[in-house]
Design a protein around this ligand. Sequence first.
Ligand code: DGL
Length: 270
Amino acid sequence: MLTPVATTGSVGVYDSGVGGLSVLRALKAKLPGESFTYVADCGHAPYGDRSAAFVKSRAQDIAEFLIRGGAKALVIACNTASVVAVRSLRERYTLPIVAMEPAIKPATQLSRSKIVLVLATSNTIRSPAVARLCSTYGTDTRVILQACPGLADQVERGRFHDAVTQQLLASYLRHGLDAGADTIVLGCTHYAFLFDAIAKVAGKAVTIVEPSEAIASQLSRVLSASAAMPHDTAATTAFYTSGPPRELAAFLEFIGEPAAQVHALPASGC
Ligand code: DGL
C-alpha cells in the first residue's frame, strides 16, 4: 500500500555508513537552500555481503524514520541499498526517491578503449540492475565487473591511504587495467573517498567516473518537478548513526565537514 507523505521538510539521505557523505557534499553544494537529514547505518555496515532481506529491512526502517521526521524526498546514497531495495521503497511510499546505480552508461560513452572497469560491492556486482546495465550499454564495450570486499570497511575506518587499502586497490584494479580499461566507475559511494588513491594506481590516462554531482542534479530535477522547492531560508544538516555517534563525528571532522552534532539513531523502528 502506498503511504502518503507531507511535502515539506528536509531531504533524507542514507547509506550503510560514511560513503553517502560524498553524495551529501555534492547535494549541499548544488542545493544550498535545502535542509538534509543524513542517516549512516554504521552499526550494520558494510552492506556489501549482507542478504537482500537484511538490506531491504534496513532500507524500510530507515526510510520510515526519515519520513516520520518529515522528509520530503529520499536519496539512497548507496548503490547496494539502491539496487536491492529501491523498488520496494517506491512501491510503499509516494515521496520522490532518488537512487543510485553504477554509472556504466556514461562510462561506456566516455571510454575510447571500449573497456570499462566497474568497482562495487559484491551485492551490487551480482545484482540484476548491473546485469541490465551491462546488456544495455555494453554492446560495443567490454564491462569488467570487480567486487571489492574489504574496501568499504577501510573507508569506514578512515584508512584512505594505508598499506591495506593500497594492497586491496592494487589487486582490485590490476585485472581491469591490464585488460586495457581507460575508464573506472566508482560503483560504491564509499570509494569516492579513495578517488586520489585510485587515481594514483590507475594513472593519468584513466578517467574515474564519480557520480555524486549527477545525483545532485537528479535531486534538483526531482524536487523541481514535485514542486517541493524552494525551501528553507536557514538550511540545516542533521546527522544520525546506528553506530557510536562519536565515531561519525570524528569522521566528519576528518573529512572537514563543519562541526556537526551527531545523534544516535533511535532503536525503535530501526
Ligand atoms: N556505500 C555503499 C554503496 O554505495 C556500500 C558499502 C557497503 O556497505 O558495503 O554500495
